[in-house]
Write a protein of this length. Structure first.
Length: 191
């Protein structure tokens, strides 16, 4: 997930990992101490790993940069991220710090206009289900209808009082019909 997600501090909001540089530094130093050698938090960890592996620069695809995000949109995205993060944190399987880190990364990835497993750089939906079962078991086990994860997260948020008329990141997604079938979004972004 770290290699897929862009960790450069200058990355646009929806593309970043969601961890502050020192948080990412602590994670890398703990989980991948050898890869931390020569890397400075705040710099792109993915580019650093590609350099360590002597991969050609053209083999690394950086996150697409879009600086056209207006301030109201940033505030809406932050509110969505806080909703996702709160849901995940309330449903951690253990008190291990890695679960909070995963919650932060997953909450940020939920903001992207793609399937969550793809945004996280995982091999498929089952990989995401395994991750959620391991670190957020109460939440993952409640998905008895096998809904797509972001849709399921929104259903849980709605059940906990999230306003139904507030637009979601899913409303304008090109994959909306894959996840919601024939349900028409209440209103699209910018409407």
């Amino acid at each position: 997930m770290l290699l897929r997600r862009c960790s450069d501090a200058s990355a646009p909001y929806p593309c970043a990992l969601g961890l502050p540089p020192d948080g990412l530094g602590a994670l890398v130093g703990t989980v991948f101490p050898e890869a931390a050698n020569g890397w400075t938090p705040g710099r792109c960890f993915s580019r650093h790993v590609h350099r360590l592996a002597e991969a050609k620069a053209e083999d690394h695809h950086a996150c697409p940069v879009s600086m056209d995000i207006a301030a109201p949109e940033i505030m809406r995205l932050k509110r969505e991220e806080e909703d996702f993060l709160g849901l995940l944190l309330r449903n951690r399987s253990t008190g291990q710090p890695i679960a909070a880190v995963f919650a932060t990364i997953i909450a940020r990835a939920c903001l992207e206009n793609d399937h969550l497993w793809r945004s996280l750089g995982l091999a498929g939906r089952n990989s995401l289900a395994d991750l959620l079962q391991r670190h957020f078991h109460p939440l993952a086990s409640a998905n008895t209808r096998k809904l797509r994860w972001k849709r399921f997260f929104y259903e849980r948020l709605l059940a906990k009082g999230r306003p139904a008329d507030r637009p979601t990141v899913c409303d304008a997604c090109s994959h909306h019909s894959d996840c919601y079938g024939d349900i028409v979004p209440k209103r699209a972004h910018g409407s």
